[in-house]
Design a protein. Structure first.
Length: 118
């Protein structure tokens, strides 16, 4: 029988890794992901992410719900629209979003990702 999963706000022993060089725009940010759950079809995922100060390109193929636990981030779409997010904010990044993700203060978020099928 499926059980309720309580999400932790900690990363445990998740490794901190650099943002891929081909996406990096500024800084030397490290990121860590502690995925807590993936469904059997590997289309839905949730957990906690942390990222250091830096700026990089993003291209979303998935829909992502986020709740920012700490820090400050700025998302800027390729259309120039800019959104500043702070600890306590909840937001959705829809599939198809293309632009940049900038961590202004080390940030930690809870995430839920849905990857649509073909």
């Amino acid at each position: 029988m499926p059980r309720i999963l309580r999400l932790s706000h900690t990363l445990g022993d998740a490794p901190h890794e650099p943002v891929p060089a081909d996406r990096l725009l500024a800084g030397t940010p490290l990121q860590a992901v502690a995925n807590a759950y993936s469904d059997a079809g590997n289309r839905f995922h949730c957990g906690v992410w942390e990222g250091g100060v830096g700026h990089w390109r993003v291209q979303y193929t998935e829909h992502e719900f986020c709740h920012l636990l700490s820090g400050r981030v700025r998302l800027r779409g390729d259309d120039g629209e800019e959104t500043l997010l702070v600890a306590g904010d909840s937001f959705v990044v829809p599939a198809g979003f293309s632009g940049t993700w900038e961590v202004l203060e080390t940030a930690r978020k809870l995430y839920a990702i849905y990857e649509p099928g073909d």
